[in-house]
Every structure is written in C-alpha cells, then in structure tokens.
Ligand binder design. Structure first.
Ligand SMILES: Nc1ncnc2c1ncn2[C@@H]1O[C@H](COP(=O)(O)OP(=O)(O)OP(=O)(O)O)[C@@H](O)[C@H]1O
Length: 249
C-alpha cells in the first residue's frame, strides 16, 4: 500500500534534555499504528512533532512523500493529515448537527458567521448527517453538545474531524477518561473510520492497542524500543522490562 507518514531521525531537545532521540518510523497507508510506552517515554512529544505542533531539533518528516518538516498544522491538514480533538473544537451550546455543519463550512474556507444564514447552511445538512451517522450519533443530532455523555462528545469530535475529509487521522489518547462502555463504542468507531483511512494514535489502554493496532511502536526514554504487531512487542523482554521498570520509578 505504501507509506503515508514517515519520520527519519526525529529528535527533540528541551534545553539539553533529549525527549525524543533519533526516532524513525513509517506508518503504512490504510493501517492503524499505535505509539505506546511507559510514562515519560516521549510519546506526546513525538506526537506533537509528527502533527507539527512542535518543531524538531533534527530529523525529517514526510507525508505522502512530501517534506512537511517545516509546515504548519493547518497546511498539513489541507494535505489530508488531521489531528483530532485539538483542531476540531466542539461548541457546547450548538447541536450535534450544527457542530458538524460548521466543520464542513470551515473545510470549504467559507465565512464563519454561521448565525446569519440558516438557508445557506441547510445545504450542508445532508453531508453533516452522513458524518453524524458515521459516528453513531444520528438520534442525538438535535441535542446540544454540552448535553452529550463524555464518550458521545468524543464521537462528535471525531465527526467534526471527519468533516475535514482526512486521509490520515492522528488521535491523541482517544480513550482517555472514557468509561468502559464508551471504550468499546469508541474502539468500534475507530475501527470503522479506519476502513478507508490511515490512523496513528497515542494510547495508554493496552487492551485497546492490542485490539485495534496493525503495528505498534514502543518508545522508552525517547527512543524506539521495539516495533511490530502486539503479539511480537508484548513478548519482547525489553518492552516488559521497560513497563515494569517504569512502575518502580
Ligand atoms: N516542553 C518541555 N520542556 C522540557 N521537558 C519536556 C517538555 N515536554 C516534555 N518534556 C520532557 O520530555 C520527556 C517526555 O515527555 P512526554 O510528555 O513526551 O512523554 P509521554 O511518553 O507522553 O509521557 P506520558 O505517558 O506520561 O504522557 C519527559 O521527561 C518530559 O518531562
């Protein structure tokens, strides 16, 4: 299928402290790739580098073969690589459908004064309903976002991200703060949206990682410790040691 996102020699130093050290990884198109590791491993820093929220000290990042190392997050979003939950703000007082409609409007680069013309916006409704259905929120389309359960808010955030028509989604701990029932629902949702998209996620919940990921990169102390499918990495002695060691730190 080919590579969607690739990092070569990615390094980030904070005042001499090396948070990410010479990390190279390739996310294959059409796969779910997870970035895991014990606390302080450098996952968030690495994720912020890949999504261009941080500038690397050294290294190169390419998306679909294009050098994106110096690009801004908005530029790479236009190329089809979108980070969820940060870019797509949810407006609590607007309904589910209105929130997705606004995201559609933003994608088209149209004016943001959505309150003026209900008529103009009505033509987005069909498309918005499609995204709402894709994340399983159809019966809530008229509910204010603020009224939704935590898990459904996350589903709405994903819907607003899908409105940007990403080919690749970067998910930052999609299961964080989720109740057990929501974990199952969001997992199913991620699997569904991954059918024709590429996904890279940082996730702490290892059973979710085991369940969803085609490939996993394990970081520890800023470096890649192991890479492979879950069966492979969960058996690797260095991975077991890093997780156990981290518990005792
Ligand atoms: N802006 C910063 N300035 C200085 N040090 C930083 C900065 N951001 C991160 N670090 C350090 O880099 C290391 C890696 O942090 P990072 O947040 O990337 O790890 P993580 O794997 O995401 O951890 P966690 O699972 O606990 O969120 C940590 O030691 C952290 O203190």
């Amino acid at each position: 299928m080919g590579v969607a996102l690739e990092a070569v020699g990615l390094t980030k130093e904070f005042k001499g402290f090396v948070a990410v050290n010479d990390v190279s990884l390739a996310v294959e198109k059409g796969t779910i790739h997870a970035l895991i590791g014990p606390n302080g491993a450098g996952k968030t820093t690495c994720f912020n580098l890949l999504t261009k929220f941080l500038q690397p000290t050294r290294g190169k990042i390419t998306y679909e073969g294009r050098d994106i190392t110096r690009m801004a997050p908005a530029e790479i979003a236009r190329l089809g690589m979108v980070r969820s939950f940060q870019i797509s703000a949810v407006f609590p007082d607007l309904t589910v459908l209105q929130n997705v409609r606004i995201a559609l409007q933003r994608r088209r680069g149209e004016s943001f004064d959505f309150w003026r013309s209900e008529k103009t916006l009505a033509r987005y409704d069909d498309e918005a309903r499609g995204h709402v259905a894709e994340v399983g929120l159809s019966e809530f389309e008229g509910h204010r976002a603020a009224e939704l359960s935590y898990g459904r808010k996350r589903a709405l955030e994903i819907a607003t991200t899908l409105a940007l028509e990403p080919e690749m989604l970067l998910l930052d701990e999609p299961m964080a703060g989720m109740a057990e029932a929501d974990v199952a629902r969001i997992s199913a949702l991620i699997r569904r949206i991954a059918k024709d998209r590429t996904i890279l996620m940082v996730e702490h919940n290892l059973s979710v990682v085991a369940d969803l990921s085609d490939r996993i990169t394990v970081l520890a102390r800023g470096e890649i410790l192991a890479e492979g499918d879950y069966a492979t990495i969960s058996k690797a002695p260095e991975v077991i040691e890093a997780y156990i060691g981290a518990e005792h730190e």
